[in-house]
Design a protein around this ligand. Structure first.
Ligand code: AMP
Length: 397
C-alpha cells in the first residue's frame, strides 16, 4: 500500500488530494489559497466530514507544502513524511513533448519551462509546486500529468490550422486541446460501463464546466477536440467566446480603440454566457433561474447549438459514434442542459430516458433503444493523477 498525493498548483493556490493506493481511497484533501498574499487560507478536509482551517500568511509554495505535510502529521493522518510514497502534478501544457504522463526529472522540468510560453499563467505555477515537493520529499516518485497529453494522438488534419505551414514548423502553432485528463478518465469509464473494449468504441466526451470542451475519442485515442492553440477556442463557455472569425478582432479593436491584450481579455473574461447575457452571469445555475429573460434564452440556445454542432461534426469525423458522455459542473448536474442538447440529435437516433436523466451520479441516461448511448460520468482528474503515479512506479529508480 502507498499514499499518493495529487497536486494542482496555481500561481497563488495549491489544491491537493491524498490517496491510499491501490485502494483509491481519498484519505484527505484540501486547498491553500492566497499563497504569497496576506491572510492565506489553509484548509484540510479529512475523516468523516472533519475540517481544519487556518488563516495565516503563507509566503510561497514551499512553505505551503511544508505546512501541509506537517499538518497531516499533526492531524494524525500521517505518522511521518516517509508515508507519502508518490506525488503527481497536474500540468496544463506539455507542448509537443509529452503524449503521456512521465516521471519528473531535470529534462522534464526544462521542457515544462520551455512550453510555458503556451500557458504562461499555469506552467510556471505548476513548476513552483513541483520544485517544492522535490525539495521536501526528494526520494519519492514525482509524476507530471499533462492536460494536453491525451490529445497528442490527434492526426495532422485535426491539429493543424489552415495557415502557412511554416508557422507550425517554426513556432509550433497548432491545436493542443485541454481537459485531456478528464476526457481520458470519462472515456475509459464509459467503456467499462458499456462493458466493451475501448478499442471497439467511438465516444464523444462533453466536458461542460465553466470552461468546456468536446472530444472525439476513437479506439481510446483523442482524434479531435474543440479547444485549440489555447483554451479560448471551441464551444461557448462561461466567460470565453469559443470559436469566432479572427477578422472580428481588428474590426472591434478599431471601433473600441483598444489593443490586442484588451481584446483578448474581452474574449477570455467578458464573452461567452456572461457577455451574451449583458453581464448577468457566467454561471449556468443563475441562467437556468432566469431562463424566461430573452437575452438568457438566446444565450442558452447558442450554448446548446454550439455543443450539438461539435457533437455532429465528431460523428462525421469518426464516421459514427457509440456513446456520448456528459461530465464536469454543468454536464454532471444539469438535466435540462443534457436534455436540450440531445433533443437536437434525434436524427442520429439519440434518445434520453428522462427518468434516468433526472438522476445524479454515474449511470446510463439514454433509452434502451437509443442508437448512441448517453452516459453521465462525474469526472475525476485527481484519481487519474494518482493512478498514473502508480502506473509509473515500477519504472522509478
Ligand atoms: P466546473 O467548472 O466544472 O466546476 O463547472 C462550473 C459550472 O457548473 C457552473 O456554470 C455552474 O453553474 C455549473 N453547475 C454546477 N451545479 C449545477 C447545477 N446543479 N445545475 C446547473 N449547473 C450547475
Amino acid at each position: 500500500m502507498s499514499k499518493t498525493i495529487a497536486i494542482n498548483a496555481g500561481s497563488s493556490s495549491l489544491k491537493w488530494q491524498l490517496y491510499e493506493m491501490p485502494a483509491e481511497t481519498v484519505i484527505a484533501k484540501g486547498l491553500v489559497e492566497r499563497i504569497g498574499l496576506n491572510d492565506s487560507i489553509f484548509t484540510v478536509k479529512y475523516g468523516e466530514g472533519q475540517k481544519y482551517e487556518v488563516v495565516t500568511d503563507i509566503p510561497d509554495h514551499e512553505i505551503a507544502v511544508k505546512m501541509l505535510l506537517d499538518q497531516l502529521i499533526e492531524l494524525n493522518i500521517l505518522a511521518s513524511y516517509d508515508e507519502i510514497t508518490g506525488v503527481g502534478h497536474r500540468v496544463v501544457h506539455g507542448g509537443e513533448y509529452f503524449d503521456k504522463s512521465v516521471i519528473i526529472d531535470d529534462d522534464v522540468i526544462a521542457k515544462i519551462e520551455e512550453v510555458a510560453v503556451f500557458a504562461p499563467l499555469h506552467n510556471p505555477a505548476h513548476l513552483m509546486g513541483i520544485r517544492a515537493f522535490k525539495h521536501l520529499l526528494p526520494d519519492i516518485i514525482s509524476v507530471a500529468v499533462f492536460d494536453t497529453a491525451f490529445h497528442a494522438s490527434m492526426p495532422r488534419e485535426a491539429y493543424l490550422y489552415s495557415l502557412p505551414l511554416a508557422y507550425y514548423n517554426d513556432y509550433k502553432v497548432r491545436k493542443y486541446g485541454a481537459h485531456g485528463t478528464s476526457h481520458r478518465y470519462v472515456s475509459q469509464r464509459a467503456a467499462d460501463m458499456l462493458e466493451q473494449p475501448i478499442e471497439d468504441l467511438k465516444i464523444i466526451t462533453c466536458h461542460l464546466g465553466n470552461g468546456g470542451s468536446i472530444t472525439a475519442v476513437k479506439e481510446g485515442k483523442s482524434v479531435d477536440t474543440s479547444m485549440g492553440f489555447t483554451p479560448l477556442a471551441g464551444i461557448t463557455m462561461g466567460t470565453r467566446s469559443g470559436d469566432i472569425d479572427a477578422a472580428v478582432l481588428p474590426y472591434l479593436m478599431k471601433k473600441l480603440d483598444i489593443d490586442i491584450d484588451e481584446m483578448l481579455n474581452i474574449l477570455n473574461k467578458k464573452s461567452g454566457l456572461l457577455g451574451l447575457t449583458n453581464g448577468l452571469s457566467s454561471d449556468m445555475r443563475d441562467l437556468q433561474d432566469n431562463k424566461d429573460k430573452e437575452d438568457v434564452k438566446v444565450a442558452l440556445d447558442i450554448f446548446y447549438d454550439r455543443i450539438r454542432k461539435y457533437i455532429g461534426s465528431y460523428v462525421a469525423a469518426m464516421d459514427g459514434a457509440d456513446a456520448i458522455v456528459f461530465t464536469a459542473g454543468i454536464g454532471e448536474n444539469s438535466a435540462v442542459v443534457r436534455s436540450e442538447i440531445v433533443k437536437g440529435l434525434s436524427w442520429f437516433g439519440v434518445e434520453l430516458d428522462e427518468t434516468e436523466n433526472a438522476k445524479f451520479g454515474e449511470h446510463i441516461i439514454s433509452t434502451k433503444d437509443s442508437k448512441i448511448k448517453v452516459l453521465l460520468i462525474p469526472t475525476d482528474e485527481e484519481l487519474m493523477i494518482a493512478r498514473d503515479v502508480e502506473a509509473l512506479r515500477p519504472s522509478f529508480k
